[in-house]
Design a protein around this ligand. Structure first.
Ligand SMILES: C[S@@+](CC[C@H](N)C(=O)[O-])C[C@H]1O[C@@H](n2cnc3c(N)ncnc32)[C@H](O)[C@@H]1O
Length: 395
């Protein structure tokens, strides 16, 4: 492991905005430091300013290569997760670079950070020291072996498995991830009271529920409306199969957190009313779309839906605190090419399509729309007809 001393700090400072290809060609100015290491540090500081703001601001933090960084959680999601579990001892079975375990360490007396990759765990331990975190024990071992050997039951286990296969290609099915939680389910149940499992946002919720039998809550977490993590919370102390898992949709946007809750039974039983666009248009946040609670969200907020497969809602009166985007409708038109061409030509608009057969890029081209500005146009389907809605976003 290479420490970031004064000479490296200076190099990173001087070269932080330089073209890294040129820097690679020049090579490392230090005999004992490979250029790859220096480039990893420059790239990480550039790319992670939003994902890990506090980390990139500490000069001495050592970052691993890009492939390891892609797999780390963001500070925002790590902070959110750290408050989902309670107890004194937590074992992180896939410690990695340590973003999650460092956040858990703020709430637990003792965190055990288990990681199979020796280089990575060395960096994590070094960085913990820099950040004055002293309640994490770093264990460089296969976590399944580690778990088999512990003789006690811990309060919580957290797993954020590797979602890369042997060829380093991304995978998202549970059984393709390592370690495999399904294969080791009984072992996990015998060693912890609570389990939090992070999976790819692309995993199908119903498929995940079939494989993970005792889930109490699923948290669907987005950052600025981009779904980042699915979190499966299991409490092994609760009798299995007695509860319907809660679906918690969460968007983290700086200091603002938007939430919406429901479950699959509420969704199944929800009554939906339909209507043509009225004065306001509502687009649920992306975590709600991921949850599949398209009807429950309408019933909960008492909004009319545009059509069974058009997950947009409408109302005559303005509804505050909707979990998603709200627009004021200015015009609704039938989708007639000539009419739309004339009306939209050269307008500056944000284009959205929902339940509509043409791609956004093709719509932009077809109607010669300039992208951007304050106003929005929705291409969608309502009452069996293709329609176009012009509207303004309400902040
Ligand atoms: C997605 S990353 C975890 C990232 C971490 N949560 C963070 O925020 O930095 C998964 C990590 O699990 C480690 N891993 C995979 N299989 C393991 C095993 N059987 N035992 C211990 N670590 C393992 C990988 O080396 C990788 O660093």
């Amino acid at each position: 492991m290479h420490i970031i001393d004064e000479k490296i700090k200076n190099y990173l400072e001087v070269n932080r905005d330089k073209d890294t290809h040129q820097l690679i060609l020049k090579g490392s100015p230090f005999k004992d430091i490979p250029i790859d290491f220096l480039i990893d540090q420059i790239n990480a500081r550039k790319r992670l300013a939003k994902k890990l703001p506090s980390w990139v601001n500490i000069d001495e933090i050592i970052f691993p290569p890009q492939i390891n960084l892609e797999q780390t959680s963001s500070e925002a999601t790590a902070k959110y997760k750290s408050k989902l579990l309670t107890g004194k001892k937590l074992i992180d079975l896939t410690g990695g670079f340590g973003i999650d375990s460092f956040h858990f360490a703020q709430y637990f007396q003792q965190v055990f950070h288990v990681e199979i990759n020796t280089d990575l765990i060395q960096l994590a331990a070094h960085n913990a020291q820099l950040m004055n975190i002293s309640n994490i024990r770093f264990i460089n071992e296969n976590s399944i072996d580690y778990l088999k050997n512990i003789t006690y039951k811990t309060d919580c286990i957290y797993i954020d498995p590797s979602r890369r296969d042997v060829n380093k290609t991304k995978v998202f099915q549970l059984s393709d991830c390592t370690p495999d939680s399904i294969e080791n389910w009984d072992l996990l149940a015998s060693k912890t009271h609570q389990l939090l499992l992070k999976t790819s946002p692309f995993l199908d919720l119903k498929l995940g529920l079939k494989e993970l039998k005792q889930v109490n809550e699923i948290h669907i977490v987005s950052v600025k409306n981009e779904v980042k993590e699915l979190l499966w919370l299991v409490d092994f102390r609760k009798p299995s199969k007695t509860t319907i898992p809660k679906l918690k949709c969460v968007d983290l946007n700086g200091s603002k957190t938007s939430t919406f809750e429901g479950d699959f039974t509420l969704e199944k039983q929800a009554t939906t009313t339909y209507s043509n666009p009225q004065k306001y248009l509502y687009e649920p946040m992306s975590t709600i779309m991921k949850s599949g609670m398209f009807n429950w969200v309408g019933e909960f907020y008492k909004l009319d839906k545009l059509a069974p497969h058009t997950h947009l809602f409408t109302s005559q009166n303005y509804l505050e605190n909707f979990s998603g985007k709200v627009f004021e409708i200015t015009e609704v038109m039938d989708y007639k090419t000539k009419l739309i061409k004339k009306r939209l030509k050269s307008m500056k608009l944000n284009v959205v399509k929902k339940n509509f057969p043409i791609l956004v890029k093709d719509l932009i081209q077809k109607f010669k729309i300039q992208e951007g500005g304050e106003d929005f146009v929705f291409f969608t389907t309502c009452g069996g007809k293709k329609i176009v809605i012009l509207c303004k976003r309400i902040i």
